[in-house]
Design a protein around this ligand. Structure first.
Ligand SMILES: Cc1cc2nc3c(=O)[nH]c(=O)nc-3n(C[C@H](O)[C@H](O)[C@H](O)COP(=O)(O)OP(=O)(O)OC[C@H]3O[C@@H](n4cnc5c(N)ncnc54)[C@H](O)[C@@H]3O)c2cc1C
Length: 566
């Protein structure tokens, strides 16, 4: 079933659910008018439907390969990348002074959603470059910016992020890669990085790696880590890619899905690198890229959920089984109550995830454009929720999509299984969803819960203002408030024991808010019916999740490690 870019749905969300007009009202983004955005989204939708979506299956069937040390990408990916680069999709938010489009993150988020639905494995490439551009804009020297940013924004070069090592996954502070000063302002980078997405390709002139490494006087742990820009080819002063740097792709991983994205083991053997940001300030600098990527990976879940839902709806509308239990039905499996339950849930959760991602993006834009600290705190609090709920939903919706297909869901030709396989990693990379939940209930609650309570205030106020239509949401928000009060009173490990269900409950309550806004904007109609279904079914899980969130860790440790392993 061909992918259809949901531009009208995204536009509805921007106009009626997440208040995008507030972004256009700022001086910085005054040019990003609804008309400009609409034209860009329409063109992006066309490219995704016509150029990128046809590559999705080819990427799955013909994974990237390593041949004589060179990565050969999947058939058609070079053309797809060229279309992305020419449209400027790696540089939507980048500074126009360096060739970027200077548009809000909200617009990039909408475009990323469509690219990811069309071909997730290829979209990961421009997503990494978007994050690298932002990190360099914030932390690199003027010389580095002048040399690298025009090449990255044009798409001639692309970017990667290198954190992970065999012994340093979630625990980035355990990394061993070394950086020795060369005495000429550059550094010699030595070490191995694993799982590096798009660590190489055969369609850009250069690949620029942002690498975390430790200087000789760097302390153990995260405080002693610095960030370096390490290009595959060392650029000449005029920007031509020069001699090869001392780095190579050792091997590619064989994966469950996302086959079109080369996941590389990288070896750096005294490779020349340039410091980005302050010595020992690497984690702070890398966080610019990681926060960008956390939103971007949350959107991976949305992309998968949208594509899987479109697929399942098309299949259900065609598949005939059994007698229709309703009058004037379609005669297809769409008429069966359980199939309706699955499809309605897929649509309702996909809507909630889209609204959450765009809401977060609007908060980021407003914080950047106005310097409003409360808005920045709102964005920081929403980031782990978006990453985790987005990706968990992508997986669960794709899983349900397989179920809707029956046996055909297990057969690769339908494409339903590929969505599940491609989307599965999103809950793992860019910080596992467990790590996101710990960030939410740990670091993001170091303010005593202020950011959490501010969001709950917002939900309660809107729910109460909606009268009878908001009653269920108001009651859920009150439960979330009580659970948050309990959560901030717990010690850290007890919080962490309940962090994942708490994060999920918060996301579902926000989903209720977005659905309510959509219903109110519409008056009466299908959005209202979808909102009622989400609140009655998906949001109904919140009390159970919150009960689990408050249990603490005692029962988990009561079962000893020996009990588990025996
Ligand atoms: C396809 C793919 C692409 C990737 N791309 C990149 C990339 O481009 N760049 C890059 O740097 N990395 C990349 N990664 C690496 C990815 O970010 C890591 O796999 C991820 O951070 C988890 O690390 P790990 O695999 O070592 O798991 P581990 O850290 O070993 O985690 C195993 C389990 O333990 C849990 N856990 C670990 N520590 C804690 C803790 N303190 N408290 C509670 N639970 C904990 C985790 O949540 C997880 O469930 C990629 C990975 C994959 C699979």
């Amino acid at each position: 079933m061909p992918y259809r870019a949901p531009v009208p749905e995204i536009t509805f969300c921007l106009d009626h659910v997440v208040g995008y007009s507030r972004v256009t009202e700022t001086e910085r983004f005054a040019d990003a008018t609804p008309e400009t955005v609409s034209a860009l989204l329409t063109e992006a939708g066309r490219i995704c439907e016509e150029v990128l979506a046809p590559l999705n299956r080819a990427g799955d069937l013909h994974p990237a390969k390593l041949e004589n040390g060179v990565v050969r990408t999947s058939p058609g990916f070079a053309d797809g990348y060229r279309a992305i680069a020419e449209a400027g999709f790696a540089a939507i938010t980048a500074d126009p002074a360096y060739g970027g489009l200077g548009l809000p993150q909200t617009v990039a988020t909408a475009v990323n959603e469509m690219m990811g639905s069309a071909c997730l494995s290829l979209e990961l490439n421009p997503l990494m470059t978007q994050g690298q551009i932002e990190a360099l804009e914030h932390h690199a020297s003027d010389e580095i910016k002048a040399l690298y940013l025009p090449k990255l924004t044009s798409g001639e070069w692309c970017g990667t992020m290198n954190l992970t090592e065999p012994q340093a996954g979630s625990d980035v502070g355990a990394l061993k890669t070394k950086a020795e000063p060369n005495g000429d302002g550059t550094y010699a980078i030595t070490g191995q990085k694993i799982y590096i997405s798009w660590g190489d390709n055969d369609f850009t002139e250069n690949v620029c790696h942002l690498v975390l490494a430790r200087l000789p006087d760097g302390k153990p742990g995260t405080k002693g880590i610095s960030l370096f820009l390490v290009p595959k080819r060392i650029p000449e002063a005029d920007g031509t890619p020069g001699v090869a740097n001392s780095l190579k792709v050792v091997s590619l991983e064989h994966k469950l899905g996302l086959h079109g994205s080369p996941t590389c083991v990288m070896q750096y053997d005294g490779a020349t690198g340039w410091l980005v940001g302050e010595p020992h300030g690497g984690i702070a600098a890398m966080f610019t890229m990681m926060n960008n990527a956390r939103l971007g990976v949350g959107v991976h879940g949305l992309s998968i959920a949208e594509a899987a839902t479109q697929h399942a709806l098309a299949y259900a509308a065609d598949r005939v089984q059994g007698r229709s239990p309703i009058e004037n039905g379609t005669g297809t499996i769409l008429d069966h109550a359980d199939v309706r339950r699955m499809l309605t849930g897929m649509k309702a959760e996909t809507f909630a995830v889209r609204a959450l991602a765009l809401d977060l993006a609007v908060s980021i834009d407003l914080a950047n454009a106005t310097g409003d600290r409360a808005m920045a705190a709102r964005a920081a609090f929403l980031t782990p929720i978006c990453k985790a709920y987005g990706t968990d939903t992508g997986i669960s919706v794709a899983d349900t999509g397989i179920q809707v297909h029956g046996g055909m869901g297990f057969i690769e030709e339908t494409g339903a299984a590929q969505f599940y396989r491609d989307g599965r990693v999103a809950a793992i990379y860019e910080g596992t969803n467990g790590i996101q939940a710990m960030d939410l209930t740990g670091r993001k609650m170091m303010d005593g819960g202020a950011a959490a309570f501010a969001l709950i205030d917002e939900i309660e106020a809107e729910a109460k203002a909606a009268g009878a239509r908001g009653e269920l949401l108001a009651a859920t928000a009150a439960e979330l408030r009580a659970a948050t009060e309990r959560m901030v009173a717990l010690d850290l490990n007890d919080r962490f024991a309940g962090a994942v269900p708490y994060q999920h409950a918060f996301a579902l309550t926000l989903g209720g808010l977005y659905h309510l806004r959509a219903a109110l904007a519409e008056g009466e109609g299908s959005r209202t019916r979808l909102a009622q279904s989400f609140m009655a079914r998906q949001m109904a899980a919140v009390p159970g999740l919150l009960a689990e969130a408050g249990l603490g860790a005692a029962d988990l440790y009561a079962l000893s490690a020996e009990d588990l392993v025996a």
